[in-house]
Write a protein that binds this ligand. Structure first.
Ligand SMILES: Cc1cc2nc3c(=O)[nH]c(=O)nc-3n(C[C@H](O)[C@H](O)[C@H](O)COP(=O)(O)OP(=O)(O)OC[C@H]3O[C@@H](n4cnc5c(N)ncnc54)[C@H](O)[C@@H]3O)c2cc1C
Length: 311
């Protein structure tokens, strides 16, 4: 059942298959990509070493795309580089200690910088938030302008994080996938999406590049037709992001063709996860479904739509 769900959302079980998908998206539809290796439930240092090696290959493969404007970026999850990351909490259980993850991220950030490949650090559950922002800030202070972060609008703390993050750092805005307790996050989805617009507005004012990542058409349109013109920024200051497999091809094509918004073609970037085995891919989806069961509904409905030909 989970495998049935996973297939449309995972670009394949090898780097080569992931690259094929990514090349197809740019060549056939003008859609950009960010590339992610699915790696869940890491239990040994050997696995961590393998993941680091695959990431090195990913960065080198992305660098081979000669046009920097269409070169894929790389996304990574900090927990992938820590053995038994679920247990990596400190003292109060509210934050993590993950030196191995930081070491890996620094190595990959340096490698990516040397090859002119942009890197995004995904945001995991709230225990990782401060840790991740701290690592990103240290990278920024070390001069790494190619590293981007993710902010989740469901979290209460995000309002303050928006004014604390390094001015100008690239930011992907999401509502957040992790179900967090009420003391840390809001529950109302509409409110989370409204916060996407508010956060985008603030980020533009502070000079950031905004990656607006939601599958909600209406809020994408509001971003492009309300926030962008009001901020007076050009199309080189933002992009729209979606996950591979979510059936929004027509909407993406309309964005790329400049039919939505007021500034002509919109950069669309699709998040393309691949795995080195189906086990990792299934672990990813299982965890996602466990954390956010409403996703099962979305996925099921979209699979059904896909199977009857809707785009
Ligand atoms: C490029 C990208 C990167 C992301 N990175 C992170 C991250 O680093 N950390 C994090 O916490 N979250 C991340 N997310 C997930 C994000 O936080 C949301 O959980 C997710 O996008 C669903 O919320 P939504 O805004 O799309 O709105 P929703 O209201 O959940 O979705 C709008 C519509 O899109 C469809 N839909 C949404 N998600 C799916 C899906 N997976 N499969 C099928 N259909 C779907 C549904 O039909 C739904 O009605 C990322 C999302 C994207 C697009």
């Amino acid at each position: 059942m989970v495998k049935f769900f996973a297939r449309p959302y995972v670009a394949g079980d090898s780097l080569a298959k992931g690259l094929e998908v990514t090349r197809g998206l740019i060549q056939r539809r003008g859609v950009l990509t960010t590339f992610d290796l699915l790696s869940e439930d890491i239990e040994t240092v050997e696995q961590v070493a393998e993941i680091r090696a695959v990431y090195r290959d990913m960065i080198a493969s992305c660098a081979e795309f000669t046009d920097p404007r269409t070169r894929p970026t790389v996304s990574l999850k900090p927990s992938s580089f820590t053995v038994n990351a679920r247990l990596a909490t400190v003292d109060d259980g509210q934050s993590v200690s993950a030196p191995a993850s930081e070491e890996a991220i620094v190595e990959l950030a340096e490698l990516a910088a040397a090859q002119d490949v942009a890197l995004s650090i995904d945001m995991e559950d709230r225990r990782w938030t401060q840790w991740t922002l701290d690592v990103a800030e240290r990278l920024w202070m070390a001069g790494h302008r190619h590293v981007g972060i993710v902010l989740q609008t469901r979290l209460h703390r995000t309002e303050e994080d928006l004014s604390r993050i390094p001015r100008g750092i690239r930011v992907r805005l999401v509502i957040g996938i992790y179900n967090e307790p009420a003391e840390h996050a809001i529950r109302d989805k509409r409110q989370m999406k409204k916060r996407l617009l508010d956060a985008a507005k603030l980020l533009f004012e502070r000079g950031h590049y905004v990656e607006f990542a939601t599958h909600d058409r209406a809020w994408n349109v509001r971003f492009l037709e309300e926030v962008v013109p009001a901020a007076g920024v050009g199309p080189d200051r933002y992009e729209v992001q979606m996950l591979y497999g979510v059936p929004m091809l027509r909407f993406q094509d309309d964005l790329v063709a400049g039919k939505i918004g007021r500034q002509g073609p919109v950069r669309v970037r699709v998040y393309v996860p691949f795995a080195t085995s189906w086990d990792h891919a299934l672990a990813y989806l299982r965890r996602r479904l466990g954390e956010n069961p409403t996703m099962a509904f979305s996925v099921g409905r979209n699979l059904l739509r896909g199977s009857i030909g809707r785009r």
